[in-house]
Design a protein around this ligand. Structure first.
Ligand code: NAP
Length: 248
């Protein structure tokens, strides 16, 4: 039976690789974007060209009104969700804590933490057997930064990802008896646009010597773990924080 998946920030990077791989495995995929409609439409076109089912859907995950409208649009177009990937995330420029503003922290936590809580809440209302759903799987994007701390770069981002780890552990227990598995993937240094968005386009090359595997990872290498966690092959896996970091 066809299953419906929503990937936040699905137009680029790890989210885009996840959408493309999940569609290959038979998921009908809703590709969320906030600013880059073109990138999301390209992912949708690529999936459709390969014979899959996909739609793009706009929402800033930190905006409750937009998120509610997104979940309703996906449900009415594709049916109730069985999968959610809380992938949308942002960093900021490198700074020390004593140089950071409240406005920066609010954006960091609004998008990376509250956006994930909000989307998970709406997914649970569709998936949970408590609410008449058929169960499902949620994968949250954390980061190796949650373990490493990102001192001198963006410890606000690391703290937000630490919150995602705690959120994953708690929510997995809360909904385990309602047919929902909740896991997180913690990528290490992955070659995507995110580093340029923080002003460090060469960050992966510059830091890859610190990785035991001596290279950065690809978005598809992270997507493989995410799509496995979504699948029935991971049917007894919940409350796991899966490191995809080349040993870092
Ligand atoms: P990316 O290439 O910069 O892509 C970020 C995606 O998030 C874009 O599709 C963007 O949408 C979307 N997004 C940003 N703010 C949003 C908002 N408010 N609402 C909805 N969507 C929003 O990032 P990435 O490297 O693939 O990262 C994906 C996830 O993995 C993030 O959670 C990140 O923290 C995590 N991660 C990445 C790395 C890494 O090294 N790359 C390492 C650890 C963890 P638009 O296309 O519309 O702008």
């Amino acid at each position: 039976m066809r299953k419906v998946l929503l990937v936040t920030g699905g137009g680029r990077g790890i989210g885009a690789a996840t959408c493309i791989l999940a569609a290959k495995k038979g998921w009908a995929v809703a590709v969320n974007y906030t600013a880059n409609a073109k990138a999301a439409d390209e992912v949708v076109a690529q999936i459709k060209k390969a014979g899959g089912e996909a739609m793009s859907v706009h929402a800033d995950v930190s905006n409750e009104t937009q998120v509610l409208a997104m979940f309703e649009k996906v449900r009415s177009s594709m049916g109730p969700l069985q999968g959610l990937v809380n992938n949308a995330g942002v960093i900021d420029v490198s700074a020390r804590l004593d140089e950071m503003s409240m406005a920066r922290w609010r954006r960091m936590f609004d998008i990376n933490v509250l956006g994930s809580l909000l989307c998970a809440r709406e997914a649970i209302l569709q998936m949970s057997t408590r609410h008449g759903g058929k169960g499902g799987s949620i994968v949250n994007l954390s980061s190796a930064a949650a373990r490493l701390g990102a001192a001198g770069q963006y410890l606000d981002y690391a703290a937000a990802k630490g919150a995602i780890d705690s959120f994953t552990l708690g929510l997995s227990k809360e909904v385990a008896a309602e047919g929902i598995r909740v896991n997180a993937v913690r990528p290490g240094l992955i070659d995507t646009d995110i580093h340029a968005s923080g002003g460090l386009p060469n960050r992966v090359k510059d830091l890859e010597h610190l990785v035991p595997a001596k290279r950065g990872g690809t978005a598809m290498e992270v997507a493989q773990a995410i799509v496995w966690l979504l699948s029935d092959e991971a049917s007894y896996t919940t409350m796991s924080l899966v490191d995809v970091s080349g040993g870092r």
